[in-house]
Ligand binder design. Sequence first.
Ligand code: 6R9
Length: 635
Amino acid sequence: MSNYHIKHLEEYYQVYRKSIREPENFWEEVAEEHFMWRKKWDTVLSWDFSKPEVKWFEGAQLNITENCIDRHLTTRGDKTAILFEPNSPDEPAEHISYKQLHTRVNKFANVLKAKGIKKGDRVCIYLPMIPELAISVLACARIGAIHSVVFAGFSSTALATRINDSDCKMVITSDGSYRGAKTIDLKSIVDDALEDCPGIDSVLVAKRIHSEIAMKAGRDEWLQPLLDEASSVCEAEIMNAEDPLFILYTSGSTGKPKGMVHTTGGYMVYTAYTFKNVFQYRENDVYWCTADIGWITGHSYIVYGPLANGATSVMFEGVPSYPDFGRFWEIVEKHKVTQFYTAPTAIRALAKEGVDLIEKRDLSSLKVLGSVGEPINEEAWHWYNDNVGKKNSPIVDTWWQTETGGIMISPIPFVTPTKPTYATLPFIGIQPALMDEAGEELKGNQVEGRLCIKFPWPSMARTIWKNHERYKDTYFSAYENKYFTGDGALRDEVGYYRITGRVDDVIIVSGHNLGTAPIEDAINEHPAVSESAVVGFPHDIKGNALYGYVILKDTGESRDQNNVRKEINQMITEHIGPIAKLDKIQFTVGLPKTRSGKIMRRILRKIACKDVSNLGDTSTLLDPEVVQEIIDNAL
Ligand code: 6R9
């Protein structure tokens, strides 16, 4: 079949036009030819963005693990499905074949069943990047349990909030994790979290660092003995296409994280189809995405997309700087990686280290380079292109979101001519629109506005867990009949898109989305703080760093400001995790507020960026003088 793999620009335009003119026919063809359905759909698509309600392949039945594992057994049984590269280069890599993955997922699924987990139950997975992470995700999918993976860098408070929001019954974790030269006691973080999680009946613990940990009788159990005993046959649960597959939390403009719900059929079709085309994946490739499975990039492009294509997907436990900044290149050489997908923040950190560590390695296996998570700046793009790709491997700058499930705007390598800092063209089936402030769509090229999507695509999130109103408010109420992304973008003279960044209260730090509200909530927990406001400012490596303006309570006591700064960051680490720590903390007597009490973050942002030449209209402020005070004391 032709349109599964797009080979030249003309074909892209042809297929794109078809996907827009006849979306149902288009996606039906893709779904029919490349996947294993227990029963075909009655309706390809029904939708209404005003509710919003979107259903793809309604009436169809399937199990995604049969598509990701079972159907490859006859043709690719001994092929490596997951290639696990441990934190330490001295520990051998583990090649898990499709057959072995089948056995391990089935055993794990039987352990879940024996523990009383049933279709529709929520299971929280809080694991480092070890094979059990991918296997437990697939084991949940095997029996129809809804996985909720929480990135293992989140704090106990953040973990507890997520467990309780989706009423998880079980947590899967490990004794600890390796992170470069450090070890982290994951199990004790889980123990702390579970003090506040009455719904958790059981905790399964994988052994990784072999540390002494507390095991609570009647609740906690070591995973391995259970797996050893379990049968390796587990019938896949038959799921409806619109049954939830997983929940994944993302930050928003209130303190409460949003549990984005993804369903089964459309998510599978879209992640598999994008994977194949965006990475021009071929049978013997070794594909490596450096993300953590705790983020959407790992869900869609380490686990589901690659495995649905029968690919070999590298899973790396460690960090780019351990034992030195050459680790990525050592791994590329060792496993002859063909596609390498990483984040701009990693590229910038590696670029700072110079090219010696790259030149030591043979990177000639590379064919395609990818970037995701935040806009890639021109300098980083060129460094990546020149030194890693040797000007031979196209860079796919892929724009998408937790909410979109799969890649939305991206070049197709060897098909779309790339342009630094541009995510270029909409992927097949994707209909972007740029909107002006008045809510009108900007037609034609050379325009800049807010990025929306006009038509449903198969892998879009269907709702926010138990909060459909919030889903509607956040994404479908800014512009009528359109999904609003929260990003700004421009369209150049040939129709290429460039993402200019968030237009809401989300700040992307090292590729991680952080809402200002939860960080401010954490700061305000400090007994000496009366109010705070957090904004982003440009940072060489992290892309953005966080700048906090903090008003202290007047208690009459004198305080060591540096101690308070440390304590504030400690509060943030406890409530969210170290990724949300502030780089700069300025104490102030007031904040610029409108008469209605809204903080004018625009002004705070400019001051944090040291750009105070044009602060715009400050006349609507309650107390315009506070602005000068803040400027005078800026850090
Ligand atoms: C996949 C992922 C989503 C937000 C998104 C945007 C930013 C992601 C980008 C990019 C510019 C790219 N973003 N990819 N900005 N160019 N190629 O990262 O999902 O963690 O939900 O973040 O990340 O601002 O709205 P998620």
